[in-house]
Design a protein around this ligand. Structure first.
Ligand SMILES: NC(=O)C1=CN([C@@H]2O[C@H](COP(=O)(O)OP(=O)(O)OC[C@H]3O[C@@H](n4cnc5c(N)ncnc54)[C@H](O)[C@@H]3O)[C@@H](O)[C@H]2O)[C@H](O)CC1
Ligand SMILES: [K+]
Length: 221
């Protein structure tokens, strides 16, 4: 049975795992990236040209680590940031410094049409507002050309708690979500845009007295 969580609960669990348990954030990010590689490796996606779209938060950090792992396997991968990288979180900048040493240079502008698979690492549980106009346009264009998308944790644009679309949302073929099923993936548009949802353990721990607000559990598919 898989436990449903809200975005706030997931963020509490992240924080507890890092601050109280002492699990380094970069270890969680690496495990998240390896979990996505597992799913991609076990699927039948055409990996001729993988385009990783990365945001400026920890979802983006996952994306940079995913790009690195794909690159290390000799896969033709492009990494494109969505937003001004100078404003990215430290977790993203640490990952960027590592991939630059690997010789993987990020692309300024990638053409969706060349990609055979898109990895969506723009926004995850931290989405807290409607998407910027420009990103909404990009997402609608990407949905229109119907490229296969693997969403990291949550499809970008889906509110992790309500399942609502925040302006626009990338339609995913597969969503690899970490630790627990975000309730937004099962509600409203969230469920129809997430595609095949795979929950992967990345080593999150919960406090003994943690009270989940949602008692309903989902049968494991
Ligand atoms: N917490 C951890 O250590 C781990 C988290 N994992 C991954 O991280 C994301 C959650 O990351 P977070 O930095 O909290 O938020 P996002 O990356 O989802 O969003 C980035 C950032 O963007 C800002 N923001 C939110 N909404 C908007 C908006 N509409 N327009 C512009 N900017 C916006 C806000 O400041 C956010 O912080 C989680 O989903 C996992 O993928 C790791 O996997 C494990 C470690
Ligand atoms: K995402």
């Amino acid at each position: 049975m898989t436990q449903l969580v809200t975005a706030a609960e997931m963020q509490q669990i992240d924080k507890y795992t890092i601050d109280t348990i002492g699990m380094p954030q970069d270890v969680l990010i690496e495990r998240a990236a390896m979990a996505v590689l597992d799913v991609i490796g076990a699927s039948r996606f055409d990996l001729t040209h993988v385009l990783v779209l990365a945001g400026l938060g920890n979802n983006g950090a996952d994306g940079v680590a995913i790009a690195r792992l794909l690159y290390a396997q000799g896969i033709n991968v492009s990494l494109q940031f969505v937003g001004n990288v100078n404003r990215a979180k430290d977790s993203v900048k640490r990952q960027l410094a590592i991939i630059e040493k690997h010789g993987l240079i990020r692309s300024e502008k990638s053409d969706f049409n060349e990609a055979t698979l898109i990895v969506d690492a723009i926004f995850g549980v931290g989405l807290n507002n409607v998407l910027p106009e420009g990103l909404q346009k990009m997402i609608k264009a990407a949905n229109h050309i119907e490229k296969p998308v693997v969403a990291v944790d949550i499809p970008t644009g889906i509110d992790a708690t309500t399942g609502e679309i925040r302006g626009a949302a990338l339609k995913a073929h597969t969503t690899v979500s970490f630790g627990f099923t975000k309730v937004g993936l099962t509600q409203q548009k969230g469920s129809s845009l997430s595609g095949n949802i795979i929950i992967k353990d990345v080593g999150m721990l919960i406090p003994d007295d943690f009270e989940f607000s949602i008692q309903k559990k989902l049968p494991v598919a």
